[in-house]
Design a protein around this ligand. Structure first.
Ligand code: ADP
Ligand code: ASP
Ligand code: MG
Length: 401
């Protein structure tokens, strides 16, 4: 019998009524499929757990991951109980019971291996496996988590491991839209898009899919469907670029207000200085995104600006402060009041003028650009966070999305 993977996010599992709705969706599939249901914690739960950890200053540790992953244990237990009550043979499993083996990077662990044999073994006696998303176990036997939003990645990883016929990601919107439908009511649902476009959208802030889930799907050529758990409508299919007949010049606008800007001024303008700064970031597992370097008028000193994830704000600050004996900069400024706005589209590769339109639109709205970065199919700008809504809405309009 063919196997399918169905993942349900936080709002789809928030309360018994919502879980009963999932029972209906799953029972329609059980007749002719073995089903792996991957669940998140109830909406708001992981945030609540995170706030306890913040109070203690506990992070990236055995303890923080043990706490963060606990919300999923509740939802899988409840759903499996509801399925059993409908005479569906179901077993709830935590990540370690498969096991989903990860590396040791607490709170951003990467999946290394999934044992398919255990899944086959469970399917000898059960029709549905209800699996906790977002979690794994490292070789030392400690529980790890995959990063916020990581249940999508659990679903794609398990679907790839068992070569599932389908991987459906159920959420609180009807698919992937031209921009966040909760910010712009005029946003349109995209029926089909490429892995590359979705990857750029996810990595620039469209949290509808976890970035690593898209990377994994692309690597394994696994078609994903994003759809709503409440309406029965067809969602958005994420597919190989070759399957797209018409390539939109711009297909979406995304934003992220989870960025922080770091400016180091008055460093010596000599070979190797950037290497020194960014080696420090790499050694501390801090991801750097946009980078701008200016040479000062005297030609001796330079300023460098880059962006990081807000989560790494304190770590970056302390690493750079401690290293001033080697870097010898004049000042260090970190700023959380920034947002990254991106426009994405496969058609950009063959069409000029997209950037010009973006910059003109921002200028018309008196929005100053702090940094720019581009890829073949994406242009991102950093702006003051207070302009986020107007930037998203005006760009959405100017590209006729
Ligand atoms: P889940 O809990 O189901 O994983 P998420 O909150 O992680 O759901 O992701 C769904 C949310 O992603 C939507 O409610 C929406 O606000 C947001 N979002 C951001 N950009 C987009 C986009 N381009 N298309 C659809 N949703 C988006
Ligand atoms: N519950 C986790 C989170 O809120 C994982 C997920 O929902 O994907 O980040
Ligand atoms: Mg999510």
């Amino acid at each position: 019998m063919k196997t399918i993977v169905m993942k349900f996010g936080g709002t789809s599992v928030a309360g018994i009524q919502k879980l009963k709705n999932i029972v209906n969706i799953v029972s329609a599939e059980v007749k002719n499929h073995k089903v792996i249901v991957v669940l998140s914690a109830m909406a708001g739960e992981t945030n609540k757990l995170q706030s306890y950890l913040d109070e203690l200053g506990e992070q990236n540790s055995i303890e923080s991951d043990l706490v963060l992953t606990s919300g999923e244990q509740v939802t899988i237990g409840l759903l499996s109980s509801l399925l059993k009550a409908q005479d569906i043979k179901s077993i709830p499993l935590l990540g370690w019971q498969i096991p989903i083996i990860t590396d040791n990077n607490h709170e951003k662990a990467k999946i290394l291996k999934i044992d398919k044999k255990r899944i086959e073994f469970y399917f000898e006696n059960y029709d549905v496996i209800v699996l906790a998303g977002f979690q794994g176990i490292n070789i030392e036997g400690n529980i790890t988590s995959l990063g916020r939003g990581g249940s999508d990645t659990t679903a794609v990883a398990i679907a790839s491991a068992i070569k599932a016929e389908r991987c459906d990601i159920y959420t609180d919107v009807e698919g992937v839209y031209s921009t966040d439908p909760n910010i712009e009511k005029k946003a349109k649902k995209i029926s089909k898009m490429s892995y590359e476009e979705m990857l750029e959208m996810a990595s620039t802030g469209a949290k509808v899919l976890h970035t690593r889930s898209v990377e994994l799907a692309m690597k394994n050529n696994l078609t994903l469907q994003v759809l709503s758990s409440l309406t029965k409508k067809t969602g958005t299919f994420i597919v190989d670029e070759k399957e797209l007949i018409e390539k939109e010049i711009v297909s979406g606008v995304s934003y992220s207000d989870k960025e922080a800007k770091v400016t180091i001024s008055g460093i010596l303008d000599k070979p190797g200085i950037s290497a020194q700064i960014f080696s420090l970031m790499t050694e501390n597992n801090i991801n750097v995104d946009m980078i701008v370097q200016n040479i000062s008028q005297d030609g001796i000193s330079a300023n460098i600006t880059f962006t990081i994830n807000q989560k790494d704000y304190h770590l970056t600050k302390s690493v750079l402060e401690k290293s001033n004996n080697i870097l010898n900069y004049k000042s260090l400024i970190l700023d959380k009041n920034v947002a990254k706005i991106s426009v994405i589209g496969m058609g950009m590769m063959s069409q000029s003028g997209v950037a010009e339109k973006m910059f003109k639109t921002l200028a018309k709205n008196a929005i100053n650009i702090l940094a720019i970065s581009t890829s073949e199919i994406k242009i991102s700008v950093l702006i003051d966070v207070k302009h986020t809504n107007i930037a998203v809405k005006s760009l959405h309009e100017v590209y006729n999305l």
